[in-house]
Design a protein around this ligand. Structure first.
Ligand code: KIV
Length: 254
């Protein structure tokens, strides 16, 4: 049976951890769905792992629409969330709302956006009003990498930890269904998780979050460089390369 966005809250109440991975194509989404994943994210990390770009700031709605449509075809049970890409929501409220509608019409069950400024909180409230579920994203927010630096841990000082804590509470108040916590100290993620009614989903934020998310290509061993918190569950790089080498050998031998 198809999971609904409200089930995220039920997971937290039942103290069952939420499993989440990214997908960018139909077949991966289908395999993830059959494996029983709870939440599939069409992450804008597709810029890095699918397109080989060095930043998520280099893709837009065109790419997210294309990949959300493909992933949606493969999903029957999991909740499907699609990232609002860089500059698709930060500039104008109406643009943010229309772009969210587009992702929903491609088959997403909700959208994810980064940050918690007053403007972002307004977007979240308006999305709720339209009927579009939204997930927040705090800590290291890759769309701000030009300001934050690439892959830097956030919330290490008391002041910045306090800021992230208050942002998490503000996101909850504005109406997000869950919040992704990326690259923050485990104790801060634990404090946020304990104070919020909505679930937290961590990536590089320790074990105390209500769920965990990873970039699929990283945990499958397809990405050349990954953070040290990423556990590799397979070595697809080697498996694929060996298969290609063997195929080439066979063809050459004919
Ligand atoms: O784009 C992405 O893959 C993400 C996850 C890292 C949470 O936002």
């Amino acid at each position: 049976m198809k999971l609904q966005i409200n089930d995220l809250q039920n997971f937290k109440v039942k103290q069952e951890k939420i499993s989440c991975l990214t997908a960018y194509d139909y077949k991966t989404a289908q395999i993830l769905d059959e494996a029983g994943i709870d939440l599939i994210l069409v992450g804008d990390s597709l810029a890095n792992v699918f397109m080989g770009l060095d930043s998520t700031t280099k893709i837009g709605m065109k790419e997210m629409i294309h990949h959300t449509k493909a992933v949606a075809k493969g999903v029957s049970r999991a909740i499907l969330i699609s990232d609002l890409p860089f500059a698709s929501y930060q500039i104008a409220l109406e643009e943010a709302l229309y772009n969210s509608v587009k992702l929903i019409q491609c088959g997403a069950d909700g959208v994810k956006l980064e940050g918690a400024s007053d403007f972002k909180l307004e977007i979240i409230k308006r999305l709720k009003d339209i009927g579009i579920p939204c997930i927040g994203h705090l800590g290291y927010t890759p769309q701000s990498s030009l300001l934050l630096g690439m892959g830097r841990i956030q919330g290490k000082t008391e002041e910045s930890a306090e800021k992230i804590f208050h942002e998490a509470k503000a996101l909850e108040k504005a109406g997000v269904e869950a919040v992704v916590l990326e690259l923050i100290p485990s104790e801060l993620a634990q404090k946020i998780t304990e104070h919020l009614k909505i679930p937290t989903i961590g990536i590089g934020a320790g074990i105390y979050c209500d769920g965990q998310v990873l970039v699929s290509d990283d945990m499958l061993g397809k990405s050349p460089k990954v953070f040290n918190f990423v556990k590799k569950y397979a070595d697809l790089n080697t498996i694929m390369k060996d298969a290609f080498i063997n195929y080439i050998k066979d063809v050459k031998a004919q």
